[in-house]
Design a protein around this ligand. Structure first.
Ligand code: C2O
Ligand code: CU
Ligand code: CU
Length: 495
């Protein structure tokens, strides 16, 4: 523990040195044990410099790492001149600080809700008991606090995130800025062989396709995304890449980018502007078996992916372009999303050729289920049900038992609307996509998977460790507008 704390302190110094004061000023800084209430954040950093969320350092209390979070509101006046846009954030006015936890670490979050509205905080992708999962049953009243505890029990190095998960309010709260990153270190040599010095050669890239209405508010409906009066902007760590391509300069020959699509509804496809390949090292829920070379990388809402960029020539920079597509897969726009450069003069060592071992779950005797994602106009359904109230969630909860292996067929029966499928609690393995064996990053652990209209994805998972007869996990489409409109069911794991 002491060792970890020391490393965290030294990372903070590296962060200041590498990313520079401009970026640091952009997001709230929290020191161990100090009060953060008066520390403000702004959306936009000094010209062109990518803001990087600071690390939220835990305080130590009786062997427990305590993370203090406060959800609160703010305003932004920089995105659109003359408009004051309402925002929200954790420990700041937009987005949240990054938490880094290790397998075996005892963790508590002390969360205060200063939003003036009820909220919840869900740990997307974290294997945690349902009573601490932050779903709709874990409401934190306005002015209230919530202090869930767990021992990190992930078994994989992964990039997770935290965000609100109320019934019908998730889109509104996420788009205001309530989203932050939660990084799990599994202690493996493979993870250690990848860049992992947060803020130095390891950076979050939180992407949000947003629309700002003529009234000056972040859009939460499809109509506002397409209305001609709305201004579309791709935000990267809160910085508008639509207005200026942000730059990230590192002092290393290799950088790890933890990509999160925190958009409400849009998918984002990344590609290098020079046509070069990208090296993907992780899917949503863990490292891939081996580094994967891809020409483009499509990330649907809620999904994460990790890539590493080799920046061996100190005088060249890599630009990542982002193509943003709507829920019917129509291209909205392409922007130069990020320019990454290095001051290093020596090349990085070779990447490890093996990153992970992913044993296939044995489906012998597995319970099978089917889930059909469909819509009736704007009403979004799973198996014909719109999960919009607690009564409906209770009455229609999927019931399984601790230890069960299950195999589910997820079918998108909408005519032209793309959906994806996210499951809480445990990671999943993809068995087939549209009838074909999975390839590429679909061979890795996932917690969110896109389902193209008219096709099915078959997934497999095992419900280990946590059971509860009162609290549910959720399964849903992570197009958050669809989720709010009912494309969500509860899952009970019975002991
Ligand atoms: Cu990202 Cu059910 O959540
Ligand atoms: Cu989740
Ligand atoms: Cu959907």
């Amino acid at each position: 523990m002491t060792d970890t704390c020391n490393k965290r302190v030294s990372r903070r110094h590296v962060l200041a040195g590498v990313f520079g004061a401009g970026a640091l000023a952009a997001l709230a800084t929290i020191s161990k044990g100090t009060s953060f209430a008066e520390e403000a954040t702004t959306l936009v950093a000094a010209t062109g410099t990518l803001p990087v969320p600071e690390q939220l350092v835990a305080t130590e209390s009786d062997g427990v790492s305590v993370f203090t979070l406060a959800a609160g509101t703010g305003t932004d006046t920089t995105l659109i001149s003359g408009k004051e846009i309402e925002t929200a954030g954790y420990n700041g006015t937009f987005l949240g600080l990054t938490m880094i936890v290790s397998d075996g670490e005892k963790v508590r979050w002390d969360i205060t809700n200063n939003l003036g509205d009820e909220t919840t905080v869900h740990w997307h992708g974290l294997h945690i008991a349902p009573s601490a999962d932050g779903g709709p049953q874990n409401v934190i009243e306005a002015g209230g606090t919530w202090s869930p505890e767990t021992t990190i029990n992930q078994g994989e190095a992964c990039t997770l995130w935290y965000h609100p998960h109320g019934l019908g309010t998730t889109a509104e709260q996420v788009t205001l800025g309530l989203a932050g990153m939660l990084i799990v270190d599994d202690g493996s040599a493979e993870n250690a062989a990848l860049p992992h010095d947060y803020g130095a050669d390891d950076s979050p890239i939180i992407m949000q396709s947003t629309a700002i209405t003529s009234a000056g508010a972040f859009a939460t409906t499809n109509n506002n995304f397409t209305a001609s009066a709305s201004t579309l902007k791709l935000l990267v760590n809160g910085f508008s890449a639509t207005d200026t391509t942000p730059t990230l300069s590192v002092a290393y020959g290799r950088v790890r980018l933890r990509l999160l699509n925190a958009s409400l509804t849009d998918s984002i496809t990344l590609a290098r502007s020079d046509g070069g390949a990208l090296t993907q090292v992780a899917s949503d829920a863990g490292l891939l078996a081996a580094p994967l070379s891809v020409s483009t990388l499509r990330i649907s809402p809620g999904e994460r992916a990790e890539i590493v960029l080799d920046l061996t020539a100190a005088d060249t920079a890599v630009t990542l372009n982002a193509t943003v597509r709507n829920t019917t897969n129509g291209t909205r726009y392409t922007v130069a999303m990020l320019q990454v450069g290095s001051t290093a003069t020596t090349a990085a060592d070779a990447l490890p050729s093996v990153l992970n071992t992913i044993p296939a779950l044995d489906a012998t005797g597995a319970t099978t289920r089917t889930f059909t994602l469909s819509n009736s106009g704007a009403s979004m359904l799973i198996n014909g049900i719109a999960g919009t109230t607690m009564d409906i969630m209770d009455a229609n909860a999927v019931m399984t038992t601790l230890g069960a292996v299950e195999q589910w067929t997820i079918t998108n029966s909408s005519t032209n609307i793309y959906h994806n499928f996210h499951l809480h609690d445990v990671p999943l393995q993809i068995v087939s996509v549209a009838g074909a064996a999975p390839t590429g990053a679909n061979l890795g652990w996932r917690d969110t998977v896109e389902v193209v209209p008219g096709t099915s994805v078959v997934i497999r998972m095992q419900f280990t460790d946590y059971a509860d007869n009162e609290f549910m996990y959720m399964l849903h489409c992570h197009n958050v507008i669809h989720e709010d409109d009912g494309m969500m069911l509860g899952l009970m794991v019975m002991g």
